[in-house]
Design a protein around this ligand. Structure first.
Ligand code: BJ8
Length: 425
């Protein structure tokens, strides 16, 4: 891919040697973790293609859109109402935050004891490694956890950043504040693009994003079958790609993959024997190319059947109601939908516990792996309540606290293998 796109990357200002290195690591990872799987669906060719062109064709599309006057808006958090971005005729993209590369750059401005996700996005920006970042006309941050909130102040020295104030409770006052924030974001987008967000434009954007969430819901419902018809790794990849690819194309391709999956389920076929221990992951989001733990789990005799995470069910559980007839009613529907997010940044956060219990029961899991990135206090502290809630329904929990390095893979594998042996019994 390198020579074909080198000019584009250079015009975007990427550090070409460092970027080449990133692509090499990505290709090797992908080969080892994804292409080595047996019995994948034909529809997985779309996933392979998107990943092989993630810094190529997709970026070319973004550059073309920019030439035509469109703006690119980069985001990190599922709290950012992307419907507004599309309604303002801009393109919304998720920014990379799942690789260790760039960490040394990040540690020039951030304390070492910062979570890997924050260090990763800072490293990508400072190291000029990510063409999505370099294409973005605006980066949207949020005041979810303290690490992110303070890191965006620094990031703002290197690119235009808009920070959304996120409520941390769910009282009436919090909703009022959140609606004001949504409206402030809407104005910022209108100034950025010069396109007023109208009722019709917003209705079309709501529909488009609802359709994407609906196809992901279908995928998640099909994978509940026993034997499991698709690997957790592949479903995670689908979730990750949903943040990058063009929404209508993604919805169509994943719809086709679901049709194939449905046939497989009807034939009673699985990618693993029916007695394979079923595991659910819960906790911090796994951004591309953070595939370490899913690989460890699925190469240790278990299969992942659900992800309680933002790159997982949290982002697709709720749709925005499409019954608003005025612009203000539509904004209200957006406000209400996003207030249902149960990120660990909220207090209290009883809904999350209920969702986890419900998922474990519906997916018939044998065990839950609670995943935290080192130095992530919201998710690490909330693990106490999750473990207690699951103890009440007899689901064993394994807690994994790690980062993006590969140094602990052996240790993780030993711990996961022991857990899988235990839940098998
Ligand atoms: S809505 S989960 S995407 S904030 S892992 S940076 S919390 S220290 S990512 Fe998140 Fe939005 Fe919540 Fe979802 Fe901080 Fe923890 Fe790091 Fe985190």
């Amino acid at each position: 891919m390198s020579s074909q796109y080198e000019r584009m990357w250079s015009e975007l200002g990427l550090d070409l040697p460092a970027h080449d290195n990133l692509l090499k690591v990505l290709a090797q990872f992908y080969g080892d973790i994804y292409l080595s799987q047996q019995g994948r669906l034909r529809g997985a060719e779309y996933l392979d293609f998107v990943i092989s062109e993630v810094h190529g064709l997709r970026i070319q599309e973004l550059c073309k859109a920019k030439e035509e006057g469109k703006k690119i808006v980069g985001c990190f958090c599922v709290f950012v109402p992307e419907e507004l971005v599309w309604a303002a005729n801009a393109i919304c993209v998720g920014l990379c935050a799942g690789a260790e590369i760039g960490q040394a750059e990040a540690e020039r401005v951030l304390p070492r004891a910062t979570c890997a996700l924050i260090k990763s996005f800072m490293g990508f920006k400072l190291g000029r490694l990510c063409p999505f970042f370099e294409s973005s006309d605006l980066v949207v941050g949020e005041t979810t956890c303290d690490g992110k909130k303070k890191a965006y102040e620094i990031l703002g020295e290197f690119c235009p950043v808009h920070v959304m104030e996120i409520p941390h409770m769910k009282e009436q006052w919090d909703r009022t504040m959140w609606k004001a924030e949504v409206l402030r974001f809407m104005r910022r987008l209108e100034v950025l693009t010069g396109v007023p967000i109208t009722k019709d434009r917003l209705a079309a954007a709501l529909r488009m994003i609802n359709e994407r969430r609906t196809v992901l819901k279908r995928l998640n419902s099909l994978r509940t079958a026993i034997p499991t018809p698709i690997s957790g790794r592949d479903v995670l990849l689908v979730d990750q790609i949903s943040f990058y690819d063009d929404p209508p194309r993604f919805t169509k391709k994943i719809g086709e993959l679901c049709d194939e999956l449905q046939q497989r389920v009807a034939q009673g076929k699985g990618i693993v024997p029916p007695e394979t221990p079923r595991v659910m992951l819960s906790g911090c989001p796994m951004a591309v190319p953070n595939w370490k733990l899913p690989y460890v789990v699925e190469s240790s005799g278990a299969v992942i059947v659900g992800e309680e995470s933002c790159i997982g069910t949290r982002n697709i559980r709720d749709l925005v109601a499409e019954d608003g007839t005025t612009l203000d009613e539509m904004i209200d529907r957006i406000v209400d939908r996003y207030m249902k997010i149960d990120c660990a940044c909220f207090t209290p956060n009883q809904e999350r516990l209920e969702h986890i219990v419900q998922m474990c029961q519906e997916l018939k899991v044998n065990g839950l792996i609670y995943y935290t990135l080192q130095f992530c206090h919201p998710y690490a502290i909330e693990s106490y309540k999750v473990e207690k809630a699951l103890e009440r329904i007899g689901i064993p929990v394994l807690k994994i606290d790690t980062d993006y390095s590969m140094e602990d893979v052996r240790i993780l594998k030993n711990r996961v293998e022991a857990f899988v042996e235990m839940i098998k019994g």
